[in-house]
Design a binder for this molecule. Sequence first.
Ligand SMILES: C=C(O[C@@H]1C=C(C(=O)O)C=C[C@H]1O)C(=O)O
Length: 291
Amino acid sequence: MNFTSGADVSELLSLDHIRTQLIRLEDTIIFLLIERAQFALNEKIYQAGAFKDELGFDGSWLEWFLFEIECFHAKARRYTSPDEHAFTPLDKLPQPLIKPQALPSILHRPSATHPSVNVNSKILDFYVKQIVPGIVSSSRLGLEDDGNYGSAATRDVEVLQALSRRIHFGMFVSESKFLSAPHEFIPHILNPNPEALAGLITKPAVEAKLLIRLANKARVYGCEMDADGKVIEVPDEEMAARGKIDLATIVSMYKDWVIPLTKDVEVDYLLHRLEDVPQSQIDEWMKGTAA
Ligand SMILES: C=C(O[C@@H]1C=C(C(=O)O)C=C[C@H]1O)C(=O)O
């Protein structure tokens, strides 16, 4: 999302604009997964303490990569942008070396007592346990460990950052939906009802269209071509072994993880949406029903 200081907030919060960003992120995530799929599983990089003697770090090689990369990015003020969420707790990251950008206020930020929504620990868990094993086809590579620990972890961090950005976009989706009909959401926020809020934000037709589009993108982006540039037709079930990526893993990743976690973010954001909001504003929004 382009957060230049002069950006028009109403444009940034239009649901169509946000959905366009989410569709564009599908391309980024598919291509980054294709890059990771070039390397073997290298299970050792996900095992806590496997490199403790070398690194003096209790976590896994990947968690060490995340920490070191996020420390550098934090100094460059990455995590002062509302669409960026670190996997490392913010209090363990260095302060920015340059002043934060003067960004338009888009999201509702209740008092500091409520930490921003962050589901990165769940993202890391499903990615390591479900996604990596699904996309690295040892049958294609013929080995489980190719020793490319740095390259594999670098690709993993890129995928994790893109997945985090996509899933936490749920906050912008929620703000957009809330402002378009605050009176629908307010009763279920004042008397917290996550199920009712989930029902209001869920759009089955949008999700169904996404999964079809995603499969088509994975087929096209993951296809192989011969020397003449002619596409080598491969049945979906053989893509893992003969293509660049396993199509089923990408679709199930969105269906079983990305979309549900995005909706969790949407609901969690809404549950805190009225904190620090004056009663007069809530009354005004509720009057909107009389209009
Ligand atoms: C993101 C949205 O909210 C929900 C989550 C979706 C997703 O994660 O792709 C799609 C539709 C909705 O169920 C949206 O309405 O676009």
